[in-house]
Design a protein around this ligand. Structure first.
Ligand SMILES: [Zn+2]
Length: 207
């Protein structure tokens, strides 16, 4: 396939995504408003942040406690952290929390909720209907999560669209792969990327 064909495929892919209720809206999370008193850090707008991302403040607090490995307490609308922590460190942990527990893995919409299905906690998207078991993101997506044209990645095809295009969601990208089956794991080479959308070709299949 030549470059023009990939360009055409990419256009088609983007139109499929916009039809499937693609919601690229990003939440504007307020910066943590912190003060440090002695060895303690106080996040004065903690509940505002929790409200904005629409999650239980206790759940977020527990996540921060585990991540920082220190005690935290919610007092009124504030979060008290028993160590000196910078606003940047808090922001980056909030972002990591959102990548794990808020942002839809398929369409990047923040309009999601956590549901318990059987014993599994599932992130359920109101925008695109996707349901995925919660996976804990260790690093913030933007840091370590690029894909590059010409490079190979192993991806799982999560669905096949009406016009037969396979789709994988990988590192925050919607990757379109022609000629695959749903549930198949394939090694692909990325042919073209634009924004969050990529076109790839299969180079190897799992036997
Ligand atoms: Zn979604």
């Amino acid at each position: 396939m030549d470059n023009q064909n990939y360009e055409d495929l990419l256009k088609k892919a983007e139109s499929v995504l916009s039809k499937s209720n693609m919601n690229q809206q990003r939440l504007q999370i307020p910066d943590p408003d912190i003060i440090q008193e002695g060895k303690v850090t106080i996040v004065r707008n903690f509940i505002d942040i929790a409200d904005m991302i629409n999650r239980d403040p206790k759940h977020i607090a527990k996540f921060l406690m585990t991540e920082f490995g220190i005690g935290v307490t919610i007092t009124g609308r504030r979060l008290i952290i028993n160590r000196k922590i910078s606003a940047d460190q808090i922001s980056s942990k909030i972002k990591q929390y959102m990548d794990s527990y808020v942002i839809c893995y398929e369409c990047n919409s923040p309009d999601t909720e956590i549901q318990k299905i059987g014993r599994t906690y599932v992130l359920s998207c109101k925008a695109c209907g996707a349901q995925h078991p919660i996976r804990i993101v260790n690093e913030s997506r933007d840091d370590d999560t690029k894909i590059e044209e010409g490079k190979e990645y192993t991806v799982e095809i999560s669905k096949v669209g009406n016009s037969g295009e396979g789709r994988a969601f990988y590192r925050g990208f919607n990757i379109f792969v022609p000629g695959v089956r749903r549930g198949e794991t394939v090694k692909v080479v990325i042919k073209k990327i634009r924004n969050n959308t990529a076109i790839a070709e299969v180079v190897d299949r799992e036997k």
